[in-house]
Write a protein that binds this ligand. Structure first.
Ligand code: UDP
Ligand code: MN
Length: 287
């Protein structure tokens, strides 16, 4: 009599994508991690994850889908504190939050230039961490609001300082990345340099590390302003410059920042978070 033993091998390796950077930071892709193992570790630590979003002007319309989908998919089982920056606190939708999840609305004046709104996010993030977070929060994510969660986004995303690969450029040659190329800007990255093109819609990490990032980017943005130069992609350009010299300790694959208008490619096994389609002319205060 032969006994047959069936062993299920869960392959935690992906051969079709880069799962580690040249400086040995993990790149998080579906099938490269074990959620229950990660949860067993982070749940013991009883962490709080702050999540900041800006919803100024017409962008308040995106809050409902953002929050409702986050309540389904984002950091389930963890203590989450949303901080919503808005010029219209009354327009923040009533979304039922799960256990251990809370929301604070912070009033901020809007601006008649969208570039100004996105630029100011670094400064506001820096201040918010200074004033309320250092002792209350372990990790923080700063996310775009014109987005929706479609799939699991959990503790596998946590790390000291976390960046996401921009979905528009993950197979683009380095020299075609839309980095700021004018040496006059503090965001300048010369040809031949740079690792990835990171998306400005997701910044994360331990609160002290995100504070350092926000502070340095804010200072560089101030210097550019004093020199009357605005980087090609505003704070995203400065973020890319920062990450060139301060390498992220974890990188999220484009599963964590997709764009609804893009069709899925073979290496994307799951879309977790995605930018919704928006009519720029309709939602932005200026062209
Ligand atoms: N934003 C806002 N109001 C505006 C423009 C931008 O609240 O009028 C905020 C919002 O959080 C948005 C982020 O800035 O998600 C980045 O701007 P946007 O999404 O327009 O940039 P894109 O993702 O299209 O590059
Ligand atoms: Mn956006």
């Amino acid at each position: 009599v032969t006994t047959m033993v069936f062993i299920t091998v869960i392959n935690k390796e992906r051969k079709d994508v880069m799962t580690v950077t040249p400086w040995l930071a993990p790149v998080v892709w579906e099938e490269t991690f074990d959620t229950s193992l990660i949860d067993s570790f982070y749940k013991m630590q009883n962490i709080t994850v702050a999540t900041t979003v800006f919803a100024l002007g017409k962008y308040v319309q995106f809050l409902k889908d953002f929050l409702e989908s986050a309540e389904k998919h984002y950091m389930q089982g963890y203590r989450v504190h949303y901080y919503i920056f808005t010029d219209q606190p009354e327009a923040v939708p009533m979304v039922t939050l799960g256990a251990n999840r809370s929301l604070t609305t912070l009033k901020l004046p809007s601006s008649n230039r969208w570039q100004e709104i996105t630029l100011r996010r670094m400064e506001k993030l820096e201040k918010l961490i200074d004033t309320q977070m250092i002792n209350e929060v372990d990790y923080i994510f700063s996310l775009d609001v014109d987005t929706k969660f479609y799939g699991h986004w959990g503790a596998e995303t946590l790390g000291d300082i976390v960046a996401v690969i921009h979905p528009g450029y993950y197979s683009t040659p380095r020299d075609e990345f839309p980095y700021e190329r004018r040496p006059e800007s503090q965001a300048y990255i010369p040809q031949g340099m740079g690792d990835y093109y990171y998306g400005g819609a997701v910044i994360g990490g331990r609160v002290e590390e995100v504070h350092k990032l926000a502070k340095i980017c804010r200072m560089q943005l101030d210097m550019d302003k004093a020199n009357s130069i605005e980087a090609a992609w505003q704070e995203e350009s400065h973020l890319n410059k920062y990450f060139l010299y301060n390498k992220p300790t974890k990188i999220l694959s484009p599963e964590y920042l997709w764009q609804d208008f893009k069709s899925k490619t073979d290496d994307i096994k799951i879309i977790r978070f995605s930018q919704v389609i928006k009519n720029y002319a309709e939602v932005r205060p200026n062209p």
